[in-house]
Design a protein around this ligand. Structure first.
Ligand SMILES: Cc1cc2nc3c(=O)[nH]c(=O)nc-3n(C[C@H](O)[C@H](O)[C@H](O)COP(=O)(O)OP(=O)(O)OC[C@H]3O[C@@H](n4cnc5c(N)ncnc54)[C@H](O)[C@@H]3O)c2cc1C
Ligand SMILES: NC(=O)c1ccc[n+]([C@@H]2O[C@H](COP(=O)([O-])OP(=O)(O)OC[C@H]3O[C@@H](n4cnc5c(N)ncnc54)[C@H](O)[C@@H]3O)[C@@H](O)[C@H]2O)c1
Length: 460
């Protein structure tokens, strides 16, 4: 049921703050198990959380639209129709998320409010004039993360966006400057370049994708540059000056003039204003709720799940967080984040970059003796799939334990990487060797076939 805030106080067995991936999954599971659950979400627009409303799903919908744009399509009109398509899908997913929990009678939904702790396991929820005091036996904090603001003059200007507002920028900016060079910056850069914007990335580090091997970063850089993206590294934005028609990004290097600016310099755990001190919950670096490997906060019977506990900031990590807490609340408590092995990631560029395990440089730093197997996608003869799609940028790279022949890590910058990386992660978890992947029988034409060639020992 959806609760309006007329009630003045209530007690619930489980209070979930934030409708994120872990929180909603826990609310449903615990409600179905017979616990009384109250789920508080501050905004009706965010029912279902970041991923479906403003994060993964809307951005990947836009990425797809950008990828299939035809040469002759008018960029502005096409972008508007892509945004409409995005909004239609997201509206449906938002409604579906609400509908998913509404039939669970044990779950009380409180929407349109902001929750703040008033004491241990006690919160005050305010929505307009109304107030609701909630006490709980168990509290699960799942408030997510928010864009890190850029601390320079002019950052609140009318042409300056974060990853949420840029999805509705109107009109399509002819020139887009992006401050940052992480996953969000690169995904929007690739997307907007394909929508027809002239994109400039301004990254303060010496390289984009700072954690990756140089050859992997270079592969991504080359693909972006072929899309027309200008990448400037080693520069910091110092001011954003709006003259009423355009914005100039002053930097420690050359200034960049643009019609819109996207700030993508990280996301910080959403704990400000939660009053966690009143709850005895310790907050650590960058505002994250400090948790142990069972995701327990410093106060008794309080857990923190998802981005708010410091991440990694991935929807599926938040989903796995829910399993860890559920196993303590309804099971044998045996799950722990310390047991996670080979958790893959994908940055949805064109083509995407899938990553798992150690990079070559991390393996070297760890003193591992490794063999490296790598090949540019365009040169992998047994894998025609990229050619059939007309997208042959990229590099496939594996780091292999020289003694055991086990896969220690992989970087797949290629079409279908978002799928193939999961197979590699499973191989790592199960101890499948390089030789076994090399000898595998894979469908044709598929991206998996690359394993038949890239993992072969070099010919003399
Ligand atoms: C642009 C973008 C693209 C992304 N792409 C991907 C991707 O492709 N793949 C991927 O795995 N991850 C991606 N991510 C990251 C992913 O979205 C997050 O890691 C994930 O959604 C985090 O979920 P969560 O469970 O921490 O909570 P969230 O889904 O963030 O939910 C938190 C909820 O709490 C609510 N809330 C906050 N404070 C309060 C309060 N005081 N009272 C009540 N409610 C409150 C918020 O409104 C929100 O609905 C992306 C993120 C962004 C921004
Ligand atoms: N596909 C995915 O899985 C996906 C997609 C998007 C976001 N995410 C998640 O969201 C999180 C946040 O992403 P993000 O890209 O915003 O953050 P990030 O922290 O990963 O990258 C931020 C980048 O901005 C640079 N930077 C910081 N301050 C700067 C400044 N003043 N000037 C210029 N550059 C500056 C940093 O050097 C860094 O390269 C990621 O960690 C990721 O987990 C995941």
């Amino acid at each position: 049921m959806t609760e309006s805030l007329h009630t003045e106080s209530l007690h619930t067995e489980v209070l979930v703050i934030g409708w994120g991936k872990a929180g909603k999954t826990l609310a449903g599971a615990l409600g179905r198990a017979g616990r009384s659950v109250t789920l508080v979400e501050q905004s009706a627009d965010m029912i279902g959380g970041t991923c479906i409303n403003i994060g993964c799903v809307p951005t990947k919908t836009l990425v797809h639209s950008a990828e299939v744009r035809r040469e002759g399509d008018d960029p502005s009109a096409y972008f508007r129709s892509a945004v409409e398509r995005r909004d239609t899908l997201i509206g449906k997913l938002n409604a579906a998320n609400k509908a998913m929990l509404e039939p669970v009678k044990q779950v009380r939904l409180v929407v349109g409010s902001v929750a703040e702790f008033t004491g241990p396991r006690a919160v005050r929820v305010t929505g307009g004039e109304d107030e609701l005091e909630i006490t709980a036996d168990t509290v699960i904090i799942n408030t997510g993360a928010l864009p890190r603001p850029l601390d320079v003059p002019g950052a609140d200007g009318p042409r300056v966006h974060d990853s949420t507002s840029i999805q509705h920028v109107d009109p399509l900016p002819a020139r887009l400057a992006i401050v940052g060079g992480g996953p969000i910056a690169l995904e929007f850069a690739s997307m907007f370049a394909q929508f027809g914007s002239e994109v400039t990335i301004l990254e303060r580090g010496e390289r984009i994708l700072r954690g990756e091997d140089e050859d992997v970063g270079d592969s991504v850089r080359a693909a972006l540059e072929d899309q027309g993206v200008r990448i400037t590294t080693g520069v910091e934005a110092t001011a954003l000056e709006d003259d009423g028609t355009q914005v100039t990004v002053q930097t420690t290097g050359e200034p960049v003039v643009a019609d819109a600016v996207l700030v993508a310099v990280g996301r910080v755990p959403a704990t400000e204003g939660l009053g966690l001190a009143a709850a005895g919950v310790e907050v650590g670096d960058g505002g994250k709720v400090v948790v142990d490997d069972l995701l327990r906060a410093s106060a008794a019977d309080v857990w923190a799940v998802g981005d708010v506990n410091g991440g990694p900031q991935q929807t599926y990590v938040s989903y796995d967080d829910h399993r860890i807490v559920l196993s303590q609340l309804t099971g044998d408590g045996s799950r722990s984040r310390a047991d996670r092995v080979a958790v893959p990631t994908t940055i949805f560029l064109t083509p995407p970059l899938g990553r798992v395990g150690l990079s070559e440089s991390e393996a070297a730093e760890a003193g591992r003796t490794v063999d490296v197997y790598a090949k540019p996608v365009a040169k992998i003869a047994v894998m025609p799939r990229p050619k059939t799609l007309g997208e042959t940028h990229g590099l496939i790279k594996f780091v292999v334990d020289a003694e055991t022949d086990e896969i220690l890590g992989a970087a797949l910058h290629t079409v279908d990487a978002q799928e193939l990386i999961n197979l590699v992660a499973l191989a790592m978890r199960t101890g499948t060797t390089r030789q076994q992947l090399l000898d595998g029988i894979w469908t044709h034409p598929s991206s998996t076939e690359a394993l038949n060639e890239v993992l072969a020992p070099p010919r003399d």
